[in-house]
Design a protein. Structure first.
Length: 444
């Protein structure tokens, strides 16, 4: 590959040498989508198990832990996964393995730091709320397994072997069933025990990933990896952190104002409406990957891709929410659990939030494809405080329904602000003059 004077290959040249049909061709694309479905099935399984096996207080504690889990992944991927996939997908196998050793070492380092901090926070919470504190401590002890297992998925994607990522996630999903059965038998109605089962099953995937790759993570190189690649994912990391922290603070507001049981009602409604999450995460990947190719080879088709993604993001969540709304209570109890009747009134607000979040995913991925992640970050930084304010006000005035409604309004406001920015960049073709993607050697 011929580099320019700054050691950077033009995007068009990279796209020509690594066409999307090769990196995300039909077979690989199918494996990638299938892996995302199985990965999301893990979250759905543990969520449904919790709603069936524990009371509303336990479901509320799990909601806090699950939001923390989402924040953890939102940190792990920009720090470790995304730079690996973008910088080394077109590198040789030896360079890929060296980079994978460093990036998974970064994941281990993150897991250890979060785990230690989580134990301290959980112990402090336990003094005021025993069930929630126990749940946080158990999750903190499993944080290392969670980030390492997620890091292996990015290793497989970078190597062009998404089928192995699917196998790894399938191991976790299969292991989760007996683990949850044992946890339910040993500690009935305990959210903490089920969280431990979830982390143990994920740990099985982390160990299995080491066997699949033959790679041993290097913590010392992980720190150097962070220093070398932080510039690459800093804006995405900031956007993810602000979005997830704002959402988590909204949940905390519900638990403080209305109690943990009210938060359990909200989490149950979200479990019902989250069935479309794998689809939207897949759409985000398609917009980021396939959109990059279209911008380099056939840019006129890029707006069509964005319109299609946004349309699906709007229609599917609201359709799912309406389906749950009209579902007979008896059937809802069978599917979700005994908490469904008191959670059903929140399902439309939860659906509106999922639709807004899905639109945000599509628009943010589009701006990243055009190499303008800073726009999404700045917009999220502006909307973040609004999200918290609306969530707190909604919780005070109308309880959990008002909180999720406030968060949904903030997500839609984010999308409304993003659209004109996207159109301005597209109309002025400013994306053609943005800084090209770094060559793999620049990331280490």
């Amino acid at each position: 590959m011929i580099l320019d004077e700054g050691g950077v290959a033009p995007v068009t040249q990279i796209s020509a040498e690594l066409p999307i049909t090769a990196a995300f061709g039909r077979n690989r694309g199918a494996w990638t989508v299938a892996d995302q479905v199985v990965s999301s099935a893990q979250s759905l399984l543990i969520s449904l198990w919790v709603t069936h096996a524990v009371g509303l207080t336990g479901v509320g504690a799990f909601a806090i832990v699950f939001a923390t889990y989402q924040i953890l992944l939102a940190v792990n991927r920009p720090l470790n996964g995304d730079p690996l996939a973008v910088g080394f997908s077109n590198a040789g196998r030896a360079a890929q393995r060296d980079a994978s050793t460093a990036s998974t070492g970064g994941a281990v380092l993150l897991g250890l730091l979060v785990g230690g901090l989580g134990v301290v926070v959980g112990a402090a919470i336990g003094a005021a709320s025993g069930p929630l504190g126990h749940a946080v401590i158990i999750f903190a002890l499993g944080a290392l397994a969670i980030v390492v297992q997620d890091a292996w998925r990015y290793v497989f994607f970078t190597e062009g072997r998404p089928a192995k990522a699917l196998v790894n996630d399938a191991v976790v999903l299969v292991a989760m069933v007996p683990a949850c059965m044992v946890a339910t038998h040993m500690a009935p109605r305990s959210a903490a025990s089920l969280i431990g089962a979830w982390c143990a099953a994920t740990g099985a995937g982390a160990v299995f990933g080491h066997w699949q790759t033959g790679i041993t993570p290097s913590v010392s190189r992980g720190w150097r990896w962070w220093k070398a690649t932080l510039h690459f994912g800093a804006h995405v990391l900031g956007e993810n952190l602000i979005a997830n922290f704002a959402y988590t603070l909204g949940l905390v507001a519900v638990s403080v104002v209305s109690g943990v049981a009210a938060l359990g009602r909200l989490r149950t409604a979200q479990v019902a409406t989250n069935a479309a999450n794998p689809l939207f995460l897949g759409i985000g990947t398609i917009v980021l990957a396939d959109g990059t190719r279209l911008l380099a080879t056939n840019p006129r088709r890029f707006p069509r891709l964005m319109i299609a993604g946004c349309t699906v993001a709007f229609v599917i969540p609201n359709l799912i929410a309406l389906t749950w709304w009209f579902l007979p209570n008896r059937l809802g109890i069978v599917i979700v659990g005994a908490t469904w009747p008191v959670s059903r009134p929140l399902v439309l607000g939860a659906g509106a939030y999922v639709a807004g979040a899905a639109m945000s995913i599509v628009l943010s991925a589009g701006l990243r494809a055009m190499r303008y992640p800073s726009k999404a970050f700045k917009t999220r930084a502006f909307v973040g405080p609004i999200t918290v304010t609306l969530a707190v006000m909604g919780a005070i005035l109308w309880g959990p329904g008002g909180a999720i409604g406030g968060i949904a309004v903030a997500e839609w406001f984010y999308s409304v602000l993003m659209v004109p920015q996207f159109m301005a960049i597209w109309r002025d073709r400013r994306w053609e003059t943005q800084r090209p993607v770094h060559e793999a050697s620049d990331l280490l």
